[in-house]
Design a protein around this ligand. Sequence first.
Ligand code: ATP
Length: 310
Amino acid sequence: MLETQDLTKHFKEVKAVDSINLFIERGEIVGLLGPNGAGKTTAIAMIAALIPPTRGEVLLYGKSVIASPAPLRQILGMVPQQLALYPDLTARENLQFFGRLYGLKGKSLAVRVDEVLELVGLEAKAHRPVSTLSGGMQRRLNIGLALLHEPRFVIMDEPTVGIDPQSRHHILETVRRLNREKGMTVLYTSHYMEEAEVLCHRIYIMDQGRIIASGTPEELKSILSSDHTIELKAESLPPSFVEALRRLPAVRSLSSEGQAVTLIAPKTAHLLDDLFRLAREHGVTVTSVNIQSPSLEDVFLHLTGKALRD
Ligand SMILES: Nc1ncnc2c1ncn2[C@@H]1O[C@H](COP(=O)(O)OP(=O)(O)OP(=O)(O)O)[C@@H](O)[C@H]1O
């Protein structure tokens, strides 16, 4: 449906976006993930034809969005990172105001405002001035504004940053529901890996303006498929035992906290025999052992040497 070719944006010497090529099929939820400053907001601003690229192209069904943005604008809903709400108006009045801007009026406006209030779970708060709503509720209303005209394609810029778990859950559920029931296509930026892992069909990982990896969550995790994470808990963890674990040749990295120690090692290493032997030798009583596959967060660390979180 949409693709970018060699899309690039320079702000003087800063290469905010450096020659990215991505595609989004109709009906997909695609994640654009990266730490703060990776270039996500700049990339989506060019995709939405809000700022011109230094170089490159954005194509909607093969036609240039840069040369003619109108066809994209007709199907696009944009959820910006910054709230665009009138704080003194109620939630309903905000929706009515923006609905009129989209050309809705009369009964169809009233019906659509009610539908959107239900969709973002704010029916009970419709009469409240926006300034009295929680941050999470304001974010949900901000999403509602972008959905008023029933867009077929929605771009969301970090819609869950800094909000309570309940609102975050609600937003993720809303995106899933719109995708499932209406076939809505979504481009979703985030720096929360676990969120993208459960929500997105495909993910692009961005760092310093470039796409450094892409694929389904499973494909990305297979980058570390030959490793696993072992978490061992014990009644106590003497430092000599932790050191002995660290010296095992197969252990790539180790961290310990309280009564738990976490190791990353190749799957082929068959480390469990060594773990239990060392535990016996150091008089350590093991209470549990948990073996896990690496997460997307681990993949990002592996690719960039950095954690994604703030
Ligand atoms: N208008 C601008 N003028 C100069 N530099 C800019 C401008 N907009 C963005 N940048 C720079 O471009 C780089 C990418 O910024 P961008 O906001 O796109 O990143 P991001 O991944 O969206 O991060 P965040 O989540 O913090 O918004 C940063 O180094 C930023 O400082």
